[in-house]
Design a protein around this ligand. Structure first.
Ligand SMILES: Nc1ncnc2c1ncn2[C@@H]1O[C@H](COP(=O)(O)OP(=O)(O)OP(=O)(O)O)[C@@H](O)[C@H]1O
Ligand SMILES: [Mg+2]
Length: 231
């Protein structure tokens, strides 16, 4: 199977009181088309840092990210923002909605930025709001939404342009158990049926059976725990 998203030997560190602290240490990952990968790990282990690097939001100190075989290294800001708009759907740990736009406007903005035909955009908005159980909230502003509704709008927004890669940072954190399962089931379907590649950072063990692989971020790199070791 083709690898859509590849991270090769990624290292990243942050300045911490005069010293540099390594967060990612020689991390590598390959995600195929149609594959949904779960990433777990304790708070502070570097999951959001890893996802930001995978989503071209943060440049690693060393190592390389490839999208459909093309390296992101050396691309300028414009090229990277174009790639993010068209090829990557990113669900932030906090929903990050634009406060003065209604739900449907949040989605329409993405469609416009992506040069989507308006009829197609209307249909896609209808489809996503219905899949995420948000039809009745389409004219609401973010401050009138519950935390879980906001999170679901952020997911709809990430899927709006039908990106090949979907990166979601704890998308079920503010959802109740049933709603969390529904949302991940929907992400899994989008991933498999539309041949996307998805990485889901989660603390929610209930959603793991819906994922193809379960990885743990440990000591700066990803460890596969999908198959239990034979003792
Ligand atoms: N911009 C930054 N500047 C300095 N340190 C940072 C920065 N971003 C993250 N860190 C540090 O890097 C480490 C990893 O952070 P990160 O947000 O990736 O963890 P996480 O696994 O996503 O945690 P959580 O589960 O709490 O969301 C933390 O110790 C954090 O303090
Ligand atoms: Mg995080």
């Amino acid at each position: 199977m083709r690898h859509r998203l590849v991270l090769n030997h990624i290292t990243h560190s942050f300045e911490d009181g005069g010293t540099r602290r390594t967060v990612l240490d020689d991390l590598s990952l390959q995600v195929s088309e149609g594959e949904l990968v779960a990433v777990m790990g304790p708070s502070g282990s570097g999951k959001s840092t890893f996802l930001s690097i995978a989503g071209a939001l943060l440049e690693p100190i060393s190592g390389e990210v490839l999208l459909d075989g093309k390296s992101l290294t050396g691309k300028d800001k414009r090229e990277l923002s174009d790639i993010r708009l068209h090829q990557i759907g990113f669900v932030f740990q906090s929903a990050n909605l634009i406060p003065y736009l209604k739900v449907e406007e949040q989605l329409m903005l993405i469609a416009k930025l992506g040069d989507m035909n308006m009829r197609k955009a209307d249909e896609r908005i209808e489809e996503l709001l219905s899949l995420l159980g948000l039809q009745h909230r389409r004219r609401a502003y973010p401050d009138k939404l519950s935390g879980g509704e906001r999170q679901r709008v952020a997911i709809a927004r990430a899927l709006m342009n039908d990106p090949a890669v979907l990166l979601a940072d704890e998308p079920t954190a503010s959802l109740d158990a049933a709603r969390g399962m529904d949302v991940v089931r929907m992400l899994a379907e989008e991933t498999r049926e539309r041949g996307k590649s998805a990485v889901l950072v989660t603390h929610d063990e209930r959603v793991l059976p819906l994922c193809d692989r379960i990885l743990y971020l440990e000591n700066g790199s990803l460890v596969d725990r999908s198959v239990k070791p034979i003792l």
